[in-house]
Design a protein around this ligand. Structure first.
Ligand code: G3I
Length: 345
């Protein structure tokens, strides 16, 4: 019997996995509850899953995850209230039913902004009331920083409608009020993004969080998604942790995967085993660094229970293997890199 990740890391931080309802049963469910003490819903708590139609809330699959977590002594990390992708339903950016422009895209007048604020209040309010502190932390906003370091904020539809980044502040104020009203003032409010290891993007995120803190906006933590690969500098990941530590905010690694660079469909990949060993060494070094800074980290979450469930795995990339357990739920070198580096070749 191999050691449990959650016991190995017990003194350092919680270890989480992104999951959906498929992962709760049979051998997947056994692997999940053996190794992990936190879960994130990979998709079930996103806006399109929770409120597909305005005013109609569907908590079913999310409830299943929360109940599973409670039954297995795990915490739950909520993901996410506000995002810019297709997983925010289209109605959210349109005039509501009963409005003269019903169904047309919102502009950026005061009235339009007010519609967006009321929608945030209704959405976050419903989740706060439904879950209270059964979900211990939430990504309040996801991916609001631009990949173009010169423009700072992603020019999403949120940004366009608010004609600036004020919606980020509003979302945090609304969330804090909603959780206070629900009797759950200790729920932690995070801002989450990818690429936080890249100095330009990191600094833009840092400045935003610093400004929010100075303005009294209730942000508790920074989530580092950490979708990386074997060439990503661990020193830069560490520098980012240390930089945000200076702000005194909580931090979490929210969506870790380490791509090995597997080629497209039908292409030869004789280096597969060598890359998996290299990945073991990478996880060894990465987790050694994370554990050294365990006091700065609430949790480290891998974005998928096993390689077969990774968002990076597809028909066109059938061999990508960025996680800790294999398709067949076996421990990879990545696992041994975390648990017992002396086992690595
Ligand atoms: O549920 C439908 C299904 O009914 C339909 O038949 C099928 C056909 O395509 O699609 C299914 O929805 C898919 C959904 O995952 C659930 O499996 C969507 O197409 C697919 O786009 C969606 O992908 C998710 C992606 O976010 C969406 O942007 C990935 O699973 C999820 O891992 C990924 O997670 C994001 C984080 O939320 C934020 N950070 C980046 C990360 C990776 O992209």
């Amino acid at each position: 019997d191999i050691p449990n990740l959650k016991d190995v890391l017990a003194d350092d931080f919680r270890i989480g996995a992104a999951i959906d309802d498929r992962d709760l049963v049979e051998s997947s469910g056994q692997l999940l509850s053996k190794h992990f003490n936190q879960v994130t819903a990979e998709n079930h708590m996103k806006p399109d899953a929770i409120q597909p139609t305005e005013g109609e809330f569907t908590f079913g699959a999310a409830d299943e995850l929360v109940e599973y977590a409670e039954a297995n002594g795990m915490e739950v990390y909520g993901h996410t209230f506000l995002w810019h992708t297709g997983q925010v339903p289209e109605w959210w950016f349109q005039y509501p039913e009963g409005h003269p422009n019903a169904g047309a895209p919102l502009g950026n007048s005061d009235e339009d902004r007010q519609i967006m604020i009321e929608r945030l209040e209704a959405h976050i309010g419903a989740l706060a009331e439904h879950y209270g502190d059964r979900i211990q932390a939430w990504d309040v906003v996801n991916e609001v920083i631009s990949d173009n370091n010169a423009e700072v904020y992603r020019h999403s539809r949120w940004y366009e409608i608010f004609d600036g980044p004020e919606y980020v502040h509003e979302a945090f104020r609304i969330a804090r009020e909603a959780f206070d009203a629900a009797g759950a003032p200790d729920v932690k409010l995070f801002i989450n993004d990818y690429g936080t290891e890249n100095p330009g993007k990191r600094d833009n995120l840092y400045n935003l969080v610093e400004d929010m803190l100075a303005a009294g906006v209730p942000v508790d933590g920074v989530g580092h998604q950490t979708h990386i690969n074997l060439n990503t500098s661990i020193d830069q990941i560490e520098e980012s942790l240390l930089k945000f530590a200076g702000l005194g905010v909580l931090q979490a690694v929210t969506e870790l995967d380490v791509a090995i660079g597997a080629p497209g469909e039908g292409e030869e990949f004789p280096q597969l085993e060598a890359r998996l060993i290299e990945q073991g060494h990478y996880f060894r070094d990465l987790f050694a660094m994370y554990r050294e800074h365990g006091d700065l980290l609430e949790s480290v979450t891998v974005w998928g229970l096993h390689d077969g469930r990774s968002w990076l795995r597809s028909e066109t990339r059938p061999l990508e293997s960025p996680l800790v357990f294999s398709d067949t739920l076996q421990s990879k070198w990545a696992y041994w890199g975390i648990v017992d580096p002396s086992a690595l070749p």
